[in-house]
Design a protein around this ligand. Sequence first.
Ligand code: 0O2
Length: 213
Amino acid sequence: MSEETKKELERLMLKYRAALKTLETQISILIQDFEQKNNYNPVEHVKSRIKKLESAENKLISRNYEVTIKNIEKHVHDMVGVRIVCAFLSDVYKIIEMIENSETIEVYAKKDYISHPKESGYSSYHLLVYVPVYLLDGKVMIEAEIQIRTLAMDFWASLDHKIRYKFAGAVPKEVKDNMYKCAIDINDLDHKMLILNDRMQVYKEDQENEEHS
Ligand code: 0O2
């Protein structure tokens, strides 16, 4: 790698790190504000990362793009990634709404793999966003991907990730079929838990009304 290319890469990574910090801070502020207003935290945990250079290169190669810094910037939309994991499906939609209404984070595309799961069974909601980064030369908008999902979806995706890694992409059909069935069970479980949670809220409200009467 030439000195010039190294410098270009360092500059790009600086922008990605800055975008990740801005995104993490803004998401944390929104969650805290929501919690203060509603006495309730809709988020179980948040994870964030900058995609490894090797993974970005593999993504470019798999799509027949030349491995260049320009192509990473242009074609890898999830170099900056944040994953927000919630207990209930209803919380996932609250988070989506909160981010969509944010003035700092600009949503430019949505991928609803909850209403339309992927062929593998993968389910999650992705927001593709721009995050502002203020440099000496002025403002630049950096792309990032926010994945929002339930704990159950996260459990499935993490197992699926391990399986794909173990079989280096060539997952046996039997394993794939079983994972697909698990994805259906998980979807069912998410809906049952949601109904249970709604029922609990009704009990709680009834109890509070009785106490006040
Ligand atoms: P990693 O290691 O998580 O970063 P785009 O990224 O928009 O150019 P792509 O790749 O079609 O195009 O985007 P997609 O499928 O909407 O979302 C990509 C990310 O979603 C993946 O990133 C995974 O994090 C997750 N994902 C999508 N499908 C699956 C799946 O079947 N199983 C699991 N476990 N995760 C999935 P990366 O870069 O593939 O991986």
